[in-house]
Design a protein around this ligand. Sequence first.
Ligand code: UDP
Length: 500
Amino acid sequence: MAVKDEQPPLHILFFPFLAPGHLIPAADMAALFAARGAKCTILTTPLNAAVIRSAVDRANDASAASGGAERVPAIDIAVVPFPDVGLPPGVESGPALSSEADREKFFRGSQLLREPFDRFLAEHKPDAVVSDSFFDWSADAAAEHGVPRLTFLGSSMFARACSSSMLRHNPVEAAPEDDPDAPVLLPGLPHRVVLRRSQMMDPKKRPDKWAFFQSMNAADDRSYGEVFNSFRDLEPEYLEHYETVLGRRAWLVGPVALASKELATRGAADSGSNGLSPDAGGCLRWLDARPAGSVVYVSFGTLSHFSPPELRELARGLDMSGKNFVWVVGGGADDTEESEWMPDGFADLLARGDRGVIIRGWAPQMVILNHAAVGGFVTHCGWNSTLEAVSAGVPMVTWPRYADQFYNEKLVVELLGVGVGVGSTDYASKLEARRVIAGEVVAEAIGRVMGEGEEAEAIRERARVLGEKARRAVEKGGSSYDDVGRLMDELMARRSPVNV
Ligand code: UDP
């Protein structure tokens, strides 16, 4: 035991993909491991470092205050330049991409990060690397340096199982091509999961993406294991499925945002210094004056684009719902002029200030979701947002767009029963068109979650209970707390099997 105590702390390198939805949970996860005594480094590029800088600073301050690290910060950000691939300066992350050509260059640039990644492993020899699945090449790079690679995709275990089923069976291929509404069953899952054809990626239309997913999956297969931003009570059948059907090892350490919730709450007070929108402080004061559970929070993450007709219908829906609202417009993608989409009377409604506020720019989402006034969340079902709502005990109105979001909607609506869908049907990325959902439908879905009646009450109660389970998971003795400890012990034992 004495020998173990004398060892330098475990050193874990985090290497998230270059988009806020990957960086934020990676930084939160680093904070979790750092709080338990690990030294953590996050390898990223300058603009992406800025996204997580304040969260990392707060985690380091907290760790120093609790005596965790006297001089050396527990979390370090290793900043490397984004490779020159002909992108304009400042374009080095997912939300900044506005054309297919830029997207292609961006992916090429991210592959070139292999060089600084290799260099870091050679110079620092960390005990483990938590690398994004999107860096499929990092599996071989880590193996060459003898460093165990833990993969992290930032998805639910349920979505992992759905995409694995998709990759193994390609059920879309058998569905009639001319029928977007044709039901497609995902085979081999613990539940019967059926989507419409139009809600799924069509491998024939996106052969490059399909090949990339296959390669990612193969790289994850030959990795040491996977860390999930999830918790055991949330999707237990899918943990078992993962271990038995996929034959991989998983550690569930989430909800990671809860680890930084206290810190985030403190951060909300200093809006401006940590990239928050100038609207954010006013929004929090506005929420303070609203009754409990009366406000619907509306945000679609950092990569979703809404066309002017979609924005117009959403605004109509919020108005018709009769609920108070906080709406984050333009979380990176919507730069449309208000005059192009605001329906008649909506500007007046905003100007009155009693029904709703709009935040342009970055909102303190964890703080908002945990505010007593918030009673519902209209979300695109990005996994971070979904789990943040689960943690806050807030029921959801689901509006998936692409990626794993349609799978997450299934989990939220059909398996967990903590949300209602608006009926989103088209898998389409930010650069593609989709069908518009009418304001009446949006208003009805909000009512089914936040209104009177048995269905709404049952949804809210399930959300409340799930939120309690989420919070218990990360407390001392909870399943996620224990998984962090188990993984750290295992990595330590691997380092020096004779002494431990
Ligand atoms: N987020 C935030 N404020 C914003 C927009 C997003 O704090 O104004 C955070 C949100 O809390 C979540 C992440 O950004 O942690 C978005 O990740 P998610 O997986 O939900 O969606 P993505 O942006 O990857 O589609």
